[in-house]
Write a protein that binds this ligand. Structure first.
Ligand code: MD3
Ligand code: FE
Length: 214
């Protein structure tokens, strides 16, 4: 069987099962029943805040569709990238589901809750190019990522563009924590493996990222 990681450093027992490019991955952290319950919660989020395709500053629609829950959602158009306090339609972002906050509480902090739960939806052909997440005010908070549905090839490099990268398949139920030096690492999704999960009846992948914004 092919390993999920091209190359990795293995950390001490008790922590995540693997660390790739400084990113801590907890494989299968969310069990299948809890994954299905999260999908139901997210259907409610998407009903209140429909998915949209952000436009890059170059004027091209991103292949990943997005929405958000919480005090802020991420948005992009010809004038640039930013967090906005309501959905582009003008309606408020719905609250972050309790089950999602519970993952943050368990793995990051019980004192400070995230301001944004970004919801990324990947159809089989969607990709996300290498980028840094630097629209947040305080990089000392990690970003927490939850993968649901079809598996995806995640790539992470260093804090400068063009250096070496490592890749790992993120599978349904995996949780990744992007903190410390990895918080400003270049990262992206190279491809999604269609029909690799039965969680979403029509296929595809959902990624949640929990962020402290301000
Ligand atoms: C590493 N999302 O929404 S999640 C994004 O699978 C984003 O949808 C990808 O990159 C996805 O910005 C990757 C894993 C992730 C998220 C944030 C990071 C990795 C990160 C921030 C810093 C470094
Ligand atoms: Fe990112």
């Amino acid at each position: 069987m092919k390993s999920r990681v091209d190359s990795a450093l293995f950390p001490a027992p008790g922590g995540p099962a693997l660390v790739v490019g400084g990113v801590a991955v907890h494989p299968g952290y969310i069990d299948p029943a809890a994954q299905a319950a999260l999908v139901e919660d997210l259907r409610g989020v998407i009903r209140a805040a429909p998915l949209f395709s952000p436009m890059t500053p170059q004027g091209r629609a991103m292949s990943v569709r997005m929405t958000a829950a919480g005090r802020y959602g991420w948005f992009s158009d010809r004038t640039g990238y930013r967090y906005i306090p309501s959905h582009p339609a003008g309606t408020p972002w719905p609250p972050i589901p309790d089950a999602v906050l519970a993952i943050w509480r368990a793995l990051v902090s019980a004192e400070r809750m995230p301001d944004c739960c970004l919801v990324n939806f990947y159809a089989a052909s969607a990709r996300m190019g290498l980028h840094q997440d630097r629209d947040e005010a305080d990089f000392s908070w990690p970003v927490l990522s939850v993968s649901l549905g079809d598996e995806a090839l995640f790539r992470v490099g260093g804090t400068t563009r063009g250096g070496p990268t490592q890749s790992v398949w993120l599978r349904s139920g995996d949780v990744a924590i992007l903190g410390g030096a990895a918080r400003l690492a270049f990262h992206g999704i190279d491809r999604v493996r269609a029909a690799s999960s039965t969680l979403l009846p029509k296929g595809g992948r959902i990624n949640l990222t929990l962020r402290v914004v301000d």
